[in-house]
Ligand binder design. Structure first.
Ligand code: 2X7
Ligand code: FE2
Length: 301
């Protein structure tokens, strides 16, 4: 078996509004559209991923929250109805998710070996969270690839930023080792938004874009600073500044997804491609792709 590799890493935010706006048959509510910049960014991402012969999506989601350790979905199939608890008017999604069980178990084993507390979700009635579903749907709306979903253990909240960063670096490195030893060509998805202050009132028509804008200028400036680090290959600096970013913008990076992704990719020093930046109910969201194979080819000339 050839050694596996991460063929792309993606910051793939999950506001349920994006699925709502797309009107897929799985989602009950109907919309008139909205949030086009982000949705068209996901279209550009899909075109970019099309040639990479990926065979699995591995997603780390802020909305599957586990208290004791990092959990993976660990049954071949999960089916059900997932409802966003804050936006049940936008997201009532009927899902049928195929899981890459050997890879899920390899990630859990590598995590065990690294000294992390790992859990395996084997309850067939477990309800898959809207973060996992939205990111996967926007990246692969045909649902023709299996998925590995990983929970957030919330170490940044329960302990400190320092402990959270260390946990997520260890989990990212464990994920990479698991991908390599199972021979997979994996696309990794960090499902979080960037800045995360949001409006507390929804417009009467949620997709009325005359109401959508950044929450405030400071939040926007922080998002641009983080995106500039990504576009310039300064991901170690991005990680170093993350505690301040989290504190000043209540960033969803506090769930650890982006740190996990950066560690899995070995803290890239090559430029990322920003496919889109846009706000959803005032929060900052970017669709960003790292292409390790493209960077390697460019380097080898
Ligand atoms: O979970 C979310 C989010 N992260 C950002 C914006 C709006 C809704 O849900
Ligand atoms: Fe979220």
């Amino acid at each position: 078996m050839a050694q596996g590799r991460i063929v792309a890493g993606v910051l793939a935010p999950h506001p349920p509004h994006l699925v709502y706006a797309e009107n897929p048959p799985q989602n009950e509510p109907r919309s008139e559209g909205g949030w086009e910049e982000l949705r068209w960014g996901y279209e550009r991402l899909r075109r970019s991923l099309a040639g990479k012969a990926a065979d699995v999506l591995v997603v780390h989601s802020p909305h599957w929250r586990t208290t004791c350790g990092h959990h993976v979905l660990d049954l071949a199939r999960f089916q059900g109805l997932s409802v966003d608890p804050v936006f049940p008017n936008l997201f009532r999604f009927h899902y049928d998710v195929a899981v890459d069980v050997p890879l899920a178990e390899a990630i859990a084993e590598e995590g065990d070996r690294a000294g992390l507390v790992m859990g395996r979700m084997r309850n067939p009635d477990f309800r898959v969270d809207y973060g996992t579903l939205t990111s996967c749907h926007m990246v692969r709306p045909g649902w023709d690839l299996p998925v590995v979903a990983i929970s957030t253990n919330r170490a940044f909240y329960y302990f400190s930023d320092d402990v959270g960063q260390r946990e997520m670096v260890a989990l990212g490195e464990a994920t990479r080792r698991a991908v390599e030893r199972t021979g997979r060509r994996a696309v990794l998805l960090a499902s979080n938004s960037l800045s995360h202050r949001h409006f507390t009132e929804e417009p009467p028509v949620p997709e009325d874009m005359s109401h959508e804008h950044v929450f405030h200028h400071g939040q926007y400036l922080w998002d641009m600073r983080m995106l500039d680090h990504m576009r310039s290959g300064r991901t170690r600096q991005l990680i170093d500044e993350m505690p301040d970013f989290i504190e000043q913008t209540v960033s969803e990076c506090k769930e650890g997804c982006l740190t996990w992704l950066m560690a899995a990719l070995g803290f890239p020093d090559y430029p990322a491609e920003v496919h889109a930046y846009g706000t959803v109910i005032g929060t900052g969201n970017a669709v960003v792709e790292w292409d390790p194979e493209g960077a390697r080819a460019a380097h080898d000339g």
